[in-house]
Ligand binder design. Structure first.
Ligand SMILES: Cc1ncc(COP(=O)(O)O)c(C=O)c1O
Length: 495
């Protein structure tokens, strides 16, 4: 034993390090337990050698949406299966936010893997100008699940690109009447590049100002009953947040389109009141404004329907989507338009495209994914478990003074924490997030991580969006962990 002792001591030492992990929102606290088997034994110094994977990744690649100096030890993940993923120490985590709210079908689904392998063997790439079987099959399958009327598709490789394509399409389509402005909302995220970041309401946009974003985007108020921008109450408000958009369009003039997340995702799972989206669509129709539903996160069963707009029977002119379309097994973005919009481009140049448009591998798992959503009744599961979530999270709210609001639909929920329930004073602000100040949500997430739960956080709330294959027991395990972890926030409530 003797000479092994320093190592064994280290073996049982839990090092917690803070790490924002990729993408736009996941702040991951990772308990990293060193193990001889993983590190391959001790080094000459008697300490386990450094993890080379972590070093190479941190040294040679960028960590997204962060100060790079805070990304020196991105957690080393070695496996993922079902609703769990495993780090290099062998510790297993429940994936309570489906990575970036995208692994809807869980990890290592065999049907999807087989579909990708089959396409890779058949034809991994061919240019976008050709007819290929997979493109025909995916398009046919999409017509069946998309809201009626959305039947012509542009395929890209991310949600961001799906929105960029939508913006170019509406601006080309509306050019004859001179309309070019796009209305978005303050509490939103639509992507990382010039067009989609310009339409993003959250603080990630600030870093692109003034030069790295397109002009012509204006912001409307949000449909947020917990923090109503008009300080009104539903239903006596008369849905002012929707009516104000009519006022904006008429007074701005030259509005080409409005883009909304039907259920706001990263920015707090804001589920609109039932009148909101139908009225917004009607206002857009009356004013000849194209209505774009960004279903990159809210689509694909997350809310208990194929698409979130289906909950209110709204038919957008354009849907943009990505994540759940392939369960994140391949990178795919989809911009779906009506035939009316498509017809415009019969005699007008469709000035958009990519080398990887309709990439065969990107599209390869879509049909298998749709079949899996159906075979496992995942939309129904989301709906059913959504009722259970509602009950359990509302119980949590009664027990934890730091919870200001819980809200959600299907398997898409937010817990918003506040310093003071009466005034709704948040623990942290947008500025805190943008400047890298320590956030209370991250403290709570660290506690969750110790208990084997990986949870997405943003400013002053958690976005709970587990894979749709999750069971009630697994869900309860995560919520029970919240019950314990939230004590750290309760302790700092202003009394
Ligand atoms: C609503 C919404 N739109 C667009 C995007 C951008 O998608 P991507 O990260 O695939 O570019 C996201 C990403 O989280 C999103 O949530």
């Amino acid at each position: 034993m003797g000479s092994n002792q320093p190592f064994l001591k280290f073996k049982f030492t839990m090092i917690i390090f803070v790490q924002k992990m990729s993408g736009d929102k996941l702040l991951l606290y990772h308990p990293f337990v060193s193990r001889k088997g993983i590190y391959g034994g001790k080094s000459v110094s008697g300490q386990p050698p450094q993890d080379e994977t972590v070093e190479l990744v941190a040294k040679y690649t960028y960590g997204t949406w962060r100060f790079q100096k805070g990304w020196k030890k991105p957690p080393h993940i070695v496996d993922a299966e079902g609703v769990y993923f495993t780090d290099a120490s062998g510790k297993k985590f429940l994936d309570f936010s489906s990575q970036l709210m995208c692994s809807n079908l869980g990890h290592k689904n065999q049907a999807l893997i087989d579909a990708i392998v089959e396409q890779a063997k058949k034809m991994p790439y061919i240019g976008p100008a050709y007819s290929i079987d997979i493109r025909a099959q995916v398009s046919k399958a999409l017509v069946e699940v998309m809201p009626k009327g959305l039947e012509k598709y542009f395929y890209s490789t991310s949600g961001t690109e799906a929105n960029e394509a939508a913006f170019k399409i509406v601006r080309m389509y509306q050019k004859p009447k001179g309309a070019y402005k796009i209305i978005s909302r303050y509490t939103s995220y639509h992507g990382a590049t010039a067009g989609s970041i310009a339409a993003t309401g959250d603080p990630r946009r600030w870093f692109s100002e003034p030069t790295s974003k397109i002009p012509g985007v204006i912001f409307a108020p949000d449909c947020n009953c917990y923090r109503c921008p008009f300080r009104q109450e539903y239903p006596s408000c008369g849905i002012t947040c929707a009516e104000y958009v009519d006022y904006m369009i008429k007074n701005e003039a030259n509005v080409a389109a409005m883009i909304v997340e039907p259920v706001v995702g990263t920015n707090g799972v804001l589920v609109p009141v039932k009148e909101y989206l139908p009225r917004l669509k009607q206002i857009c129709e009356e004013n000849d404004v194209i209505f774009i539903a960004d279903e990159v996160m809210a689509g694909w069963g997350r809310t208990g329907k194929w698409f979130a707009v289906d909950n209110w029977d709204v038919k957008p002119d354009i849907i943009t989507t990505a994540k759940g379309s392939t369960g994140a097994y391949t990178p795919l973005g989809i911009t779906a338009t009506t035939r009316k919009i498509a017809d415009y481009f019969e005699d007008n140049y469709f000035a958009h495209g990519h080398t990887y448009e309709a990439h065969p591998l990107a599209m390869s798992p879509v049909v298998a994914a749709i079949n899996e959503y159906k075979r496992m009744h995942l939309l129904e599961n989301a709906k059913e478990l959504g009722k259970h979530m509602s009950k359990r999270l509302n119980e949590l709210k009664e027990r934890h003074i730091s919870i200001g609001d819980v809200r959600g639909i299907g398997l898409f929920w937010a817990i918003e924490i506040v310093k003071d329930r009466k005034t709704k004073k948040p623990f942290n602000t947008r500025v805190d997030k943008a400047t890298g100040a320590p956030l209370m949500v991250d403290k709570v997430a660290a506690e969750l991580s110790k208990r084997g739960i990986i949870q997405s956080t943003w400013i002053s709330h958690f976005v709970i969006a587990p894979p749709l294959i999750i069971t009630k027991e697994q869900l309860d395990f995560g919520i029970d962990a919240f019950d314990e972890a939230l004590r750290v926030a309760d302790a700092e409530v202003e009394r």
